[in-house]
Design a protein around this ligand. Structure first.
Ligand code: NAP
Ligand code: GCO
Length: 264
C-alpha cells in the first residue's frame, strides 16, 4: 500500500510563520508529523503560534535566523531533546530583492545568497548527522522558477535558487547512500507577502501589469496558492518518495512547459 503517513516523524520547516512555509507545515502536521519551525521576529512568532493553535496544531516555534550557524545548531539540538531528532527538514525561509543588477550593492547581493543558499546548507548540515545515525531522512529545498529562468531585477535570487537546485542534487549524491533523500520543490508564482508587490492594484483599479503577465504565462491561468504546495511536500516527506532523489518538482500550473500565449 502507498504510504504517505508521517506518523511518528519530526519535521522542521524554516520560515514557517506565514506564507508557503506555514501551509507546508500544516500539511505535514495533518499527515501526522510533529512540527518545529522558526522565524526571526517575536511578533511573527506570536501570530504564527496563534494560527497553528487555531488549526489544532501543537507547533514548537523558535526565534532563529537561519543564517546563524550556532543558532541553527542549538535549535536542532533542542528539537532533538524535546520532540526527537529531525526526520524531515524543509528549507523554506527565503527573501527576494528586486533591484537592477547594475544598481545592486554587493552587500545586498550577498544577503540574498546568504539567506536563500547558505542558510539551507547550514540547516542541512545541522540535521544530516542525526539522519545518518537513524539511517533515514528527508530534506526538501524550496527552489523557484528562478532555478531555471531569469528575469529583470532578480539576479541574486536567481543565482541563489539556481545554486539551491545544485545543492539539492549534491546532497542527494553525497548522502543517498545513508537513505537520505534530498529533493526540491519549485513553486510557480504563488500569492504570498513575498509576491504582494507584483499583484498590487494600479491607481485606476486595474491589475498590475506583472499580475496580468503571470496569469497569461500560466496554463492554469491563475496564481498559485500556498495550499497548492501541501500535497507535493507530503509526497516528498513520506515513504512514497523513497526512491526519488535529487529531483526538483515544479508546482507551477504549467509555466515551465508553456511557450506562452500567441498574440491575437
Ligand atoms: P514570505 O511570504 O516572504 O515568507 C518568508 C518566511 O521566511 C517568513 O516566515 C519569514 O519570517 C521567513 N524568513 C525570511 N528570512 C529568514 C531567515 N533568515 N531566517 C528565518 N526565517 C526567515 O515568502 P513565501 O512567498 O512564503 O516564500 C517561501 C519560500 O518559497 C522562499 O524561499 C521563496 O523564495 C520561495 N518561493 C516563493 C514563491 C512565491 O511565488 N511566493 C515562488 C517560488 C519560491 P521572518 O521575516 O519573521 O523571519
Ligand atoms: C519575482 C518573484 C519570483 C517568485 C518565485 C517564482 O519577482 O519574479 O518574486 O521570483 O517569488 O520564486 O518561482
Amino acid at each position: 500500500m502507498v504510504n504517505f503517513s508521517l506518523e511518528g516523524k519530526v519535521a522542521l520547516v524554516t520560515g514557517a510563520a506565514y506564507g508557503i512555509g506555514f501551509a507546508m507545515a500544516q500539511a505535514l502536521a495533518e499527515a501526522g508529523a510533529k512540527i518545529a519551525f522558526n522565524c526571526r521576529t517575536q511578533a511573527n512568532m506570536d501570530r504564527a503560534l496563534e494560527e497553528y493553535a487555531r488549526l489544532g496544531i501543537d507547533a514548537k516555534g523558535y526565534i532563529c535566523d537561519c543564517t546563524d550557524e550556532a543558532g541553527v545548531q542549538a535549535m536542532v539540538a533542542d528539537i532533538a531533546a524535546t520532540l526527537g531528532p529531525v526526520d524531515i527538514l524543509v528549507n523554506n525561509a527565503g527573501i527576494i530583492k528586486r533591484i537592477p543588477m547594475h544598481e545592486m550593492a554587493a552587500e545586498e547581493f550577498r544577503q540574498v545568497i546568504d539567506i536563500d543558499l547558505v542558510a539551507p546548507y547550514i540547516c542541512a548540515k545541522a540535521v544530516i548527522p542525526g539522519m545518518i545515525s537513524k539511517g533515514a531522512g528527508k530534506i526538501i529545498n524550496i527552489c523557484s522558477m528562478m532555478s531555471e529562468l531569469g528575469r529583470e531585477t532578480v539576479s541574486a535570487y536567481a543565482a541563489a535558487k539556481g545554486g539551491l537546485k545544485m545543492l539539492t542534487r549534491n546532497i542527494a549524491s553525497e548522502y543517498g547512500q545513508y537513505n537520505i533523500q534530498c529533493n526540491g520543490i519549485g513553486p510557480g508564482y504563488i500569492a504570498t507577502p513575498q509576491t504582494a508587490p507584483l499583484r498590487e492594484r494600479q491607481a485606476d483599479g486595474s491589475r498590475h501589469p506583472f499580475d496580468s503577465f503571470i496569469v497569461a504565462k500560466t496554463p492554469a491561468e491563475r496564481w498559485g496558492t500556498p495550499e497548492d504546495l501541501m500535497g507535493p511536500v507530503v509526497f516528498l516527506a513520506s515513504k512514497a518518495s523513497d526512491f526519488v532523489n535529487g529531483h526538483v518538482l515544479y508546482v507551477d500550473g504549467g509555466i515551465l512547459a508553456y511557450i506562452g500565449k500567441q498574440p491575437k
